[in-house]
Write a protein that binds this ligand. Structure first.
Ligand code: SF4
Length: 250
């Protein structure tokens, strides 16, 4: 697949497929219309601290829980200084819906303290600066670059990794490898759009188990479909419309 040429088409077909999914479901909403980070970006006007903390909170939890925890936390603490001075047990209670709240609360306070002490209260806007913060890995740092600072980067999570491999855009065994291969192969003009679109597509269509290949408009260019789809009845249903509706409501 010539990735430089086709990635724009891939993104377009993903959106088109998700529109079809809504239509097939009789207007039912997708599992999430916006990813938690895109929603935060829209609600908070790209506030880097909220995006950073939201990304930390989003680890191993559902988008809706991330949203609740971020709202709780920032309705009480407005900036990095307030968080740095906060009682960790209060942070724990506020972010409890996000799960792993003890670890996350300590991490948030630690990160806030460094931002105050070393960056004068402002979230750093480089990959290197962000990755110096405790617990901030490449994915989180790249998310902050894209969603808070509008800089080109490709945050690779499990959805981006899985779909890029299924489509045949990359052949990789780790998210790090996927990120590097995508950065080499995909025109930088598309980098900022990849995470958001792939995550939504992965949550709703190209799911880890039982992807909805039957209604996916990317079938013709998909390596996974070519190799497994045509011989797997559980992937390609003959009654696509009903099955899709059932799966959305689950
Ligand atoms: S695996 Fe199925 S749902 Fe995923 S991109 Fe390929 S055809 Fe689409």
């Amino acid at each position: 697949m010539d990735d430089v040429v086709v990635v724009g088409k891939v993104l377009e077909l993903m959106h088109e497929t998700m529109k079809r999914l809504v239509m097939d479901a009789g207007g039912s909403a997708l599992r999430s219309r916006l990813t938690a980070l895109r929603e935060l970006q829209e609600e908070e006007g790209r506030d880097p601290l909220r995006i950073l903390i939201g990304t930390i909170l989003s680890a191993r939890t559902r988008d809706e829980n991330t949203r609740i925890a971020v709202r709780n936390l920032f309705s009480r603490f407005k900036d990095a200084r307030a968080l740095a001075d906060a009682d960790v047990s209060e942070i724990e209670q506020l972010i409890r819906p996000a799960g792993f709240y003890r670890v996350k609360a300590r991490r948030i306070k630690e990160v806030a303290k460094i931002i105050v002490d070393e960056y004068n209260g402002d979230v750093p806007d480089t990959l290197e600066g962000l990755m110096r913060l405790p617990g901030v890995g490449r994915k989180t740092a790249n998310c902050v670059l894209v969603y808070a600072f509008d800089k080109p980067a490709i945050p690779v999570d499990t959805h981006v990794h899985r779909i890029a491999n299924r489509l045949g855009l990359v052949s990789s065994r780790s998210v790090e490898e996927t990120e590097h291969m995508l950065m080499e192969k995909v025109d930088m003009a598309y980098w900022k759009r990849i995470n958001d679109t792939f995550v939504m597509f992965g949550q709703n269509v190209c799911r880890p188990v039982a992807p909805l290949c039957n209604l996916c408009l990317l079938k013709d260019m998909c390596r996974y479909y070519r190799e497994k789809g045509s011989s797997n009845k559980s992937i390609i249903s003959s009654n696509s419309s009903n099955r899709t509706t059932d799966q959305i409501k689950r």
